[in-house]
Design a binder for this molecule. Structure first.
Ligand SMILES: C[S@@+](CC[C@H](N)C(=O)[O-])C[C@H]1O[C@@H](n2cnc3c(N)ncnc32)[C@H](O)[C@@H]1O
Length: 281
């Protein structure tokens, strides 16, 4: 996908190859329990109509579908045809009649029947203007309705114990690359102010991460796949050389480092914040 350094558009940097679809699903597996907790705490319940903005291959929509049940409805929207086609295949194979996917950017989504809840994960961090984006989301929300977002706080850099030099190096490549391609590295911690500036009443929030309890846990692989996606930008920006990253051996090297040190890893921290649209219910 197109990303220009410091571009005002700050396009979503990750490409759309099959490998990328698999990466999204792997990442979704890692974050699923955290996102489910955020959606539950935000008040998603049976019978609600929910809009999932930037639904990708559908994982957050599927979590919401569990919570709203067959008497509710989930609509996932995404502007990328390839991810949406994948989400569509997945909903068909699951036989879920209360989930549907629609290809559209949020900006061109017609405002129709308002939703009881609007949710999004890892979508604001790629927007040039997150406040404007949330304002647009709110146009689809009924007064009193819930808006819940789950975003990375990349600047928190994850946690490793004991100190792991290779893991720290990986973050030394990731963070400046993300910043320089226009990703909002503080999106997690900026959620509260973003929602408030968009006119919402903020109700609560949580911070969480997945602990990789075995050296070769999904958390390690998800981190490596993100590095793989960013690698062309790392090279272009002079942040790291392909040779030193050595992407095809990185997972094994991180795993070996964790094993040798008896270490545990929380590759990244996610912040979930939810609020509601003021006004007569
Ligand atoms: C990192 S992915 C996250 C996917 C999904 N929410 C998840 O957590 O698994 C971000 C998604 O947001 C979509 N997206 C970004 N900006 C968008 C916009 N303006 N309208 C609709 N979709 C958008 C991208 O196409 C991409 O699929």
């Amino acid at each position: 996908m197109r990303v220009e350094e410091n571009s005002a558009a700050a396009e979503y940097v990750q490409g759309n190859e099959d490998r990328e679809l698999r990466r999204l699903m792997l990442q979704a597996q890692v974050y699923a329990p955290l996102t489910e907790g955020v959606l539950r705490a935000a008040g998603l319940k049976p019978g609600m109509r929910v809009l999932d903005v930037g639904c990708g291959v559908g994982d957050v929509s599927f979590l919401a579908a569990e919570l709203v049940g067959p008497t509710g409805e989930v609509v996932g929207v995404d502007r990328e045809p390839r991810v949406l086609a994948c989400a569509q295949r997945r909903v068909e194979s699951r036989g879920l009649s209360h989930v549907r996917f629609q290809q559209s950017s949020l900006e061109s989504l017609p405002v129709e029947a308002p939703f009881d809840a609007i949710i999004g994960r890892l979508v604001l961090m790629f927007q040039p203007d997150p406040v404007t984006f949330v304002r647009r989301m709110v146009e689809h929300l009924r007064p009193g309705g819930v808006l819940a977002m789950h975003e990375l706080e990349l600047a928190a850099m994850g946690l490793a114990h004991p100190k792991l030099p290779l893991f720290n190096r990986v973050w030394g490549w990731m963070l400046p690359t993300c910043e320089r391609v226009g990703i909002k590295v503080h999106m997690g911690m900026e959620l509260v102010s973003t929602l408030r500036r968009a006119g919402l009443v903020v109700d609560d929030g949580v911070v969480g991460g997945r602990l990789g309890v075995t050296p070769d846990a999904e958390t390690t692989h998800a981190l490596v796949e993100t590095v793989r996606t960013l690698l062309p930008h790392m090279e272009r920006l002079g942040v790291a050389l392909a040779m030193e990253v050595d992407i095809d051996t990185l997972a094994a090297r991180l795993t070996a480092e964790l094993r040798a040190n008896g270490g545990v890893l929380v590759p990244s921290l996610m912040v979930g914040v939810w609020g509601h649209r003021p006004g007569p219910v």
